[in-house]
Ligand binder design. Sequence first.
Ligand SMILES: *[C@@H]1O[C@H](CO)[C@@H](O)[C@H](O)[C@H]1NC(C)=O
Ligand SMILES: *[C@@H]1O[C@H](CO)[C@@H](O)[C@H](O)[C@H]1NC(C)=O
Length: 481
Amino acid sequence: MAWGPHNVRKWSTLALLAIMGTALTAAIKPGFVATISRKGLDFACREGVAVLQKELEAIKIPDFSGVFKMKHLGKGYYSFFSMAVDGFQIPNPQISLLPGEGLQLSINDANIKMHGRWKSRKNFFKASGKFGLSIQGVSISADLKLGRNPSGHISVSCSTCSSHIDSISVRISGSMLGWLIQLFHRKIEASLRNIIYKKICKIVTSSVSSKLQPYVQTLPLIARVDEVAAVDYSLMALTTTAEFLEGQLKGEFFWRGHRSPLPISPTAMSFSPNNDHMVFLSISDYFFNSAGFAYQEAGSLKITLRNQMLPMDSKFQLNTEFLGTFLPRVAMKFPGTEVQLLISASLPPHLSIQSSGLLLDPALETQAFVVLPNSSLVPLFLLRMNTNASLAVDAEADRLVGEMKLDKLMLELKQSNVGSFKVELLQAAINYLMPTVVLPKINERLRRGFPLPLPAGVHLNNLMLQSYQNFLVLGADVNRT
Ligand SMILES: *[C@@H]1O[C@H](CO)[C@@H](O)[C@H](O)[C@H]1NC(C)=O
Ligand SMILES: *[C@@H]1O[C@H](CO)[C@@H](O)[C@H](O)[C@H]1NC(C)=O
């Protein structure tokens, strides 16, 4: 085979496509995946059909009238009016997955009960009465096309709908002639079959656009977390397979003050849902680490420890006398002066998720200051605090909550304005302050939690959490609040 320019071009095109392919797949990895199992779809189906049923029960049947002709006697008039649906029973709605497309709603053996009034006139002869109607074996099949609209919301529309009516039975009351009853049977059956048949799919289609579409739009694209941060839960892709429906969401925290691209990206999460739970939320380490970046960028990951924050039973005070035990020069230069510790994360905290648990590297530092009587701060030294931390994650009705645990801290002097000293002498004090003063504040924030992407009016229960390499899976059932 000759390697002419033509072939070279073809190969470079292929190579380019391959690169673009990887670039695209690399770019679209989600930080958060919501998978709805069959069990979840069955729940959604029951909830959705309950709404649809109300809409169907509100079918308005227009009055209709006509003329009948009889041999020898000539023309007469009839009309049917005040017709209303008493009930629309939908015994066993089913939802099935159409891989790559969406969902199919199937209703079989539904029945409709209706009532109405009739009247008839033929010259001098007038008659009127009531009728009852039972429509049996109503079946409806509707395809719901699911997708993503440009803003990142789920879009849902009814792409095809068909309905069928097996039989209609009419009971007519009122004094009249047998032939008129026969005539009315035919008229009512034919007209109502036609009207209802047409209305059913109209109602299904309009319920999807006026009820279901707005409802799925209540899934937050951007969920506000607090004054500092929000989570971007916009939909990147929606997939239907034969087994489940999967929404791939961005799952990225950002600082509400200023959003900038992150130097990290999500890794792939591979998880096969079962039917033990209705939904499975796969939450990547990226999700948590983007939170670290957001709070770090906002400058929120710091706390100033002042003397008055120490517990009553503290064995030491944050002042120069205490520092004087290992920094006598500081005690001499600033006698009886308060000392402040600014504890902060020098880097965004990094969380790694393993099947054994969640390990956190908080990258903590402490800057010590002397507080002058006019409130000016004089920097003393900067310590690095090496520790291993772990994060326990749990979920509540609509949020993720956490609790951090810190191991012992090992101090290291990074920089000093007051000469070097043995940091070990401070270790006991810091290891007392962190769990008694600092950690409770962090955990108070973690307990308040972070919002999960749920549509309006639902909460999670029956929760299960499992960690895998680089991600966490939260299995849950859904309830209405
Ligand atoms: C605070 O007092 C110190 C020492 O007396 C002085 O050097 C500093 O300028 C003062 N700062 C302010 C803001 O007044
Ligand atoms: C953190 O854990 C690692 C491995 O278990 C250990 O080698 C290291 O000394 C620990 N660091 C601290 C500061 O406890």
